[in-house]
Design a protein around this ligand. Structure first.
Ligand code: BQF
Length: 297
């Protein structure tokens, strides 16, 4: 078998076109243009690249955006007071604190200080909790983007065995929740593997759908999966590459070349899940502006 490619770049472009229309209609109806405030602490180059991708997408869909910068020495008090001022600013619809934060700061405390009604990343405990009980919420962007890909390519999840490798708060855990809920989205039987899983192959080999978000290049190889599996590779790893002008290239967590011969569907890296994550951020920002998740009365 040779896998069909899941083209996240193409699907995200189509979704952003739709969001652009929705934004224009919202503005034409007399509303203020949606506004996303980004906060960068320090100047990690990968974070700068991600913020650039988000800012570019904002301009594509007609969302206003601005990035505030704080030094990596900022105290938790100062950072939270800046976030409080964004919470109280009615011109700001969505707040995004770019992760990871410097190690002296607790991302839990920082995320919890964001007004959950402006939490377009969907990381606030209020939004995570609502996700897990099937209430309207800002869905974490990467899992939401993966579900858009399932929809676009008519890849069924109902009744399937889904295996998620990686249990982060950002991707693995919300992905597993969305896959497993029986009333909305996934309806799959779901296994979560993480760093204490003794033998991940006994799980991955039975997967109909394998979502990998472990941050480890080449973790998943062809002999660890069954014929016809759907491979969703969330990994984004920079590895040295002298032939590229940047000096590095991006690879996922999966051995694409061997897996593409065995899988039925596979996402590439780059151009797979990554662009969908950014598209879902645009969607959440519009939902925040419209107060769709948390109506005012
Ligand atoms: C692509 C992220 C790890 C840690 C913090 C397009 C993005 C990535 C790849 C992007 C990510 C990953 C983001 C591609 C945002 C996804 O073409 O393949 C877009 O901008 N992402 C982030 O903000 O923080 C991270 C991964």
């Amino acid at each position: 078998m040779s896998a069909q490619l899941i083209d996240g770049k193409k699907v995200s472009t189509e979704i952003k076109k739709q969001i652009r229309e929705d934004v224009e209609n919202w503005v034409l109806a007399g509303n203020r243009r949606p506004f996303l405030k980004v906060l960068q602490v320090g100047n990690d180059p990968a974070s700068t690249a991600y913020i650039r991708a988000k800012t570019r997408s904002c301009s594509e869909v007609g969302i206003d955006t601005d990035t505030a910068h704080l030094p990596d020495t900022v105290s938790a008090r100062e950072l939270k007071s800046v976030i409080r001022s964004f919470n109280n600013d009615d011109s700001i619809d969505g707040i995004l604190v770019q992760l990871p934060l410097p190690s002296h700061l607790s991302s839990h405390d920082v995320i919890e200080s964001i007004d959950h009604r402006k939490d377009v990343d969907g990381f606030h405990p209020m939004n995570v909790g609502r996700l897990s009980v099937d209430q309207p919420t800002f869905k974490s962007c990467t899992p939401a983007g993966i579900f858009e890909l399932f929809k676009y390519y008519s890849i069924p999840t109902k009744g399937k065995h889904a295996v998620v490798v990686g249990a982060s708060n950002i991707v693995g855990t919300p992905m597993a929740v969305m896959l497993s809920r029986e009333n909305s989205s996934g309806k799959a039987t779901t296994t979560i593997c993480h760093k204490f899983t003794r033998d991940i192959t006994i799980h991955t080999i039975t997967a109909d759908i394998l979502v990998v978000a472990a941050g480890q290049p080449n973790l998943i190889k062809a002999e660890m999966v069954k014929e016809g599996v759907v491979i969703i590779d969330v990994g984004i790893n920079r590895i040295a590459d002298e032939t590229s002008e940047k000096g590095y290239k991006l690879v996922g967590d999966c051995d694409f070349d061997s897996l593409k011969k065995k899988a039925s569907w596979i996402t590439p890296v780059p151009g797979g899940v990554g662009p969908m994550t950014v598209a879902m951020l645009m969607k959440n920002t519009l939902l925040a502006a419209k107060k769709s998740i948390y109506p005012e009365e």
